[in-house]
Ligand binder design. Sequence first.
Ligand code: F6R
Length: 262
Amino acid sequence: MEIIIKNSPEEASVLAARVIAKLVREKPNAVLGLATGSTPVRLYQELIRMHKEDGLSFREVRCFNLDEYVALPETHEQSYHYFMQQQLFAHIDVQAKNTLVPDGMAKDIPAHCADFEEQIKACGGIDIQVLGIGSDGHIAFNEPSSSFASRTRIKTLTEQTIEDNARFFEGDETQVPTHCITMGIGTIMEAKMNILLAFGEGKAEAIRETCEGPVSAMVPASILQHHQVAKIFLDDGASSKLKLKDYYEWVYKGKPEWQQDQ
Ligand code: F6R
């Protein structure tokens, strides 16, 4: 795990965007795994800026999203389809046929999930997977106790996640869907690189457990300790409970310049 701590979410997001941009420049048909929620918004804004101002093209890039709510139509403002259009896809030159968000309206959910996995494989696997983290340690919607071997499937959200996400549904928990389709932890672990972003003190405990606690299905993100290339981008708040915070900052300061966006 490489833990990168910056003063602000903006600074951390710009750095994470540079890692993605480097890959896309080197491999124009890169395969990206994308997340939704409040955390990656600044990262997407920086990718949009790079597209508009620096000519970064996503024309051949393939995108797979981590998750989607079950029974929320694509047109619903809180669906992850809608989010991706608003926050990224509509502002870059990615082709619609190359963007795949799980279909929460699928009639046959197991068949849809199996097909989703097949499509990732057919593209040669995910090069970089972007992740946020839930305050309960979830990645994608793999809630505590999810199997580390899990694949794309239907999951039930925890009460904690429903409470956390109610802010997107006018604060009304009863409007938050109870089920979702999510990439599995096994799927995420097959990405060649994982980039996890976490901002704010509300994520500090989950980040402490993820980076410095035991690897446990009770903290799904902690499996990233076993991933070969996992980069954790944090701001001051999210890093505030790390025991070795000074060490991580020291390591980053000593990083040779050529390694900065790798
Ligand atoms: C969303 C996703 C979730 C979120 C997590 C944090 O695609 O995979 O795991 O990343 O719930 O959400 P925010 O960023 O809103 O705090």
